[in-house]
Design a binder for this molecule. Structure first.
Ligand code: FAD
Ligand code: NAD
Length: 519
C-alpha cells in the first residue's frame, strides 16, 4: 500500500516505460516520485497538521479522518496522516483510501509487509492508538531462564494439522547443541536461518507458511562458526555452537522478543543482517554482479526462485528493494549447488541513474555494508520435480530468477529432457551473461537459448520484437502431448502480464506457468 511496490515499476513516465510503451495502471503526476517524497519529508513542512505534536488517537477520532484531504491510517498501533502522501503512492490514491480512518495493518501486510513504512512515513506520524484496534499477543519480557526443559511454544491460531515445534539443548565440554523437533518431513537446511551476533542467538525455522523462532541472549560466549544438521525424514534440526570457554552452562540463555513462538510467516517482520560488499564486476554497460558476504554467525541459503530485500538509507530515509540472488557464474553451477553452505550471496543489479535505490547502492565501496533480509518468495523447488521440459521467458533483469532455476534443473532433475530460455532485451549490449549462455548451450545438449531484441541495430540477424503470440507459439511447444512442463516468466510487469495472457491463449494450464511478480 505504501512506498514503492515494484508492481508500478518501471515507474510512470520513466524512460523504461516510455521505451516499452507500457501502460501505467496508476499514473503518478510529474514531481511525485519516491525521491520527490523524500525531499518533501526533509523540507521541514508540517505534514501531520499537528506541528510536530504526537497525540493519543481514539478509535472514534481515527474514523473521522476518512477523506482524501484528511486521511489517517493506523498501522500496528501507530497512526499516520497519509493525505500528503496520496499523490506519491505508486499503488494509487484509491488503494490508500481503502484503509482511510481505520486499521490498515492487515491490508498493508497483504500487499507489501516488507515496506519500511516507519521510515517512509515518520514525518506523517500523528501518534499512537489510545486503545489498540487489534489485540496483539504481547510477549512476556520477564527474564526467564531457559533451563533445557522442553518449552511449550507460544502458539497462534493454527490449522489443526500444524503442530508447533519444540526444542531442547545439551552440551559437551566444548559444544552446545540446540535440537529443534519440527516433526515435519522434507525439512532441509534452507528452512533454517540462524543469526548469532554479540551474544544474541536467533534461529528461524520456516515450516510451510509458518515461522518457528528461537531468540535468546546466550548465557555464555560462543565462537563464530555454527554447524547445522537437518534430518530430512524426521524434521529434527541440530544447531551446534562452539563454546568459547570450556565451562559448563547451567542454562542456555535469557529469552528475547518472540522467543519460542510459532507464527504465520506473513505476520513476522523481515529480519535483516549487515552484509559486506566483497566485489563488484561489470556484466553489461549498466548492470553489475555484486558479491555480498554474510556475517560469520549467519547461516542463510536463498532457495532457488526466491528473492531477498536490500535496505539502505537514502537521504535519511530507509529504502528497501527486492533482488533475486544469482550464482557467481553459470559455469560454476555444479559446485555451487552441491556446496550450498556458502557465505556469499551474488546479486546482479541494473543501475538506473535516475532511480532511488540503485545509484546509491552502486556508490558502496568494497568493504562497506548493506542490510539483507531473509529470503521470500513463492517458488517451490517441488515445481521442478519430475519435469520433462522447462521453458524460461525472461526480459531484462527478469533473467535473475532463471539463473538458479536453470542450474538446479540441469544438475538435479534427471527426468529433464529440454530447457529453453527465451531472453528478451532491448539491444545486444543489454544481454546479461550472453557468452556464458552461449557456451552453456554449446556444452549442454538439453539447453537452448534464443535472444529477442526489441530495439536492435540493423546488423542484428536474430529474432526481433516483443513478447507476442507468434513468438511464443513457435518457442513454447510441447514435445509430447502429455509431457510434464513448466514455464517460468519474469520481467517488467507489462511483459509478464502479457506473457501470462498469451500462454493461456496457447492452452497452457495455470499450474504449468509460474510468474515472478512483485509479491
Ligand atoms: P526506481 O526509483 O524504482 O526508478 C526506476 C526508474 O523509474 C528510473 O529510471 C527512474 O528515473 C524512474 N522513475 C521513478 N519514479 C518515477 C516517477 N514518478 N516518474 C518518472 N520516472 C520515475 N532488479 C535487478 O536489477 N536485479 C534483480 O535481481 C531484481 N530482482 C527483483 C526481484 C523482485 C521480486 C522484484 C519485484 C524486483 C526485482 N528487481 C531486480 C527490481 C528492483 O527491485 C528495483 O525495482 C530496481 O532495482 C529499481 O530500483 P531503483 O530504486 O534504483 O529505481
Ligand atoms: P528493460 O526495460 O531493459 O526491458 C527488457 C525487455 O522487456 C524489452 O526489450 C522488451 O522485450 C520487454 N518489455 C519491456 N517493456 C515491455 C512492455 N511494456 N510490454 C512487453 N514487453 C516489454 O527491462 P529492465 O529494465 O531490465 O527491467 C526488468 C524488470 O524485471 C523490472 O521491472 C524488474 O522489477 C523486474 N524483475 C522482477 C523480478 C521478480 O522476481 N519479480 C526479478 C528481477 C527483475
Amino acid at each position: 500500500m505504501l512506498n514503492v511496490p515494484s508492481q508500478a515499476f518501471p515507474a510512470p513516465g520513466s524512460q523504461q516505460r516510455a521505451a516499452s510503451g507500457g501502460r501505467s495502471k496508476v499514473p503518478l503526476k510529474q514531481g511525485r516520485s519516491l525521491m520527490d517524497w523524500i525531499r518533501l519529508t526533509k523540507s521541514g513542512k508540517d505534514l501531520t497538521g499537528l506541528k510536530g505534536r504526537l497525540i493519543e488517537v481514539t478509535e472514534e477520532e481515527l474514523t473521522k479522518h476518512n477523506k482524501k484531504d484528511d486521511c489517517w491510517v493506523c498501522i500496528r498501533g501507530l497512526v499516520y496522516n497519509v493525505s500528503p502522501y496520496m499523490e506519491y503512492h505508486p499503488g494509487g490514491e484509491d488503494e490508500l483510501m481503502r484503509a482511510a480512518g481505520s486499521d490498515g495493518t492487515d491490508l498493508f501486510d497483504q500487499v507489501h509487509r516488507w515496506v519500511n513504512y516507519e521510515s517512509m512515513l515518520k514525518e506523517c506520524l500523528v501518534g499512537r492508538m489510545a486503545v489498540k484496534p487489534v489485540a496483539v499477543a504481547k510477549e512476556n519480557h520477564a527474564k526467564k531462564l531457559l533451563n533445557g526443559i522442553l518449552l511449550k511454544s507460544r502458539v497462534p491460531d493454527l490449522p489443526a494439522k500444524e503442530i508447533p515445534p519444540s526444542y531442547d539443548w545439551f552440551q559437551t565440554e566444548s559444544l552446545v547443541t540446540i535440537v529443534i523437533y519440527t516433526k515435519q518431513k522434507d525439512m532441509d537446511s534452507e528452512s533454517v536461518i540462524i543469526d548469532c551476533q554479540d551474544g544474541c542467538f536467533r534461529a528461524e525455522i520456516i515450516i510451510k507458511n509458518y515461522s518457528y523462532l528461537l531468540h535468546t541472549e546466550l548465557s555464555h560466549e560462543i565462537q563464530e562458526d555454527i554447524a547445522v544438521r537437518v534430518a530430512e525424514k524426521t524434521g529434527k534440526i541440530e544447531i551446534v555452537l562452539k563454546k568459547k570457554d570450556n565451562v559448563s552452562w547451567t542454562y542456555l540463555g535469557h529469552p528475547l522478543e518472540n522467543h519460542n513462538s510459532f507464527t504465520a510467516h506473513r505476520e513476522t517482520g523481515l529480519y535483516y543482517r549487515k552484509c559486506q560488499l566483497i566485489s563488484k564486476v561489470d556484466v553489461t554497460h549498466d548492470t553489475k554482479l555484486y558479491c555480498l558476504m554474510l556475517p560469520p554467525g549467519t547461516h542463510l541459503q536463498v532457495p532457488i526462485g526466491q528473492h531477498v530485500y536490500l535496505k539502505q538509507t537514502v537521504a535519511g530515509t530507509e529504502i528497501v528493494k527486492p533482488y533475486t540472488p544469482v550464482l557467481e557464474t553459470l559455469h560454476s553451477y555444479i559446485q555451487e549447488t552441491l556446496h550450498s553452505h556458502n557465505k556469499y550471496i551474488y546479486v546482479m543489479i541494473k543501475i538506473y541513474h535516475t532511480g532511488v535505490f540503485t545509484p546509491n547502492f552502486d556508490c558502496l565501496q568494497i568493504g562497506d555494508y548493506v542490510s539483507l533480509s531473509s529470503p521470500e518468495g513463492n517458488f517451490k523447488r517441488s515445481q521442478l520435480q519430475e519435469l520433462e521440459e522447462l521453458f524460461l521467458l525472461a526480459a531484462g533483469t527478469g533473467f535473475t530468477p532463471m539463473v538458479k532455476i536453470l542450474a538446479y534443473a540441469l544438475t538435479n532433475i534427471t527426468s529433464l529432457r529440454k530447457v529453453k530460455l527465451m531472453f528478451f532485451n532491448k539491444t545486444e549490449g543489454d544481454i546479461l551473461w550472453r557468452n556464458q549462455l552461449e557456451q552453456l548451450a554449446d556444452k549442454e545438449r538439453r539447453f537452448e537459448v534464443e535472444f529477442i531484441l526489441s530495439n536492435p541495430t540493423c546488423e542484428w540477424t536474430g529474432k526481433q520484437g516483443k513478447i507476442s503470440l507468434p513468438l511464443l507459439s513457435e518457442f513454447v511447444k510441447r514435445n509430447l502431448e502429455d509431457s510434464r512442463i513448466l514455464i517460468c516468466i519474469c520481467g517488467p510487469a507489462p511483459f509478464t502480464e502479457q506473457g501470462i495472457r498469451l500462454l493461456k491463449d496457447l492452452n497452457f494450464s495455470q499450474e504449468e506457468v509460474h510468474s515472478f511478480t512483485a509479491y
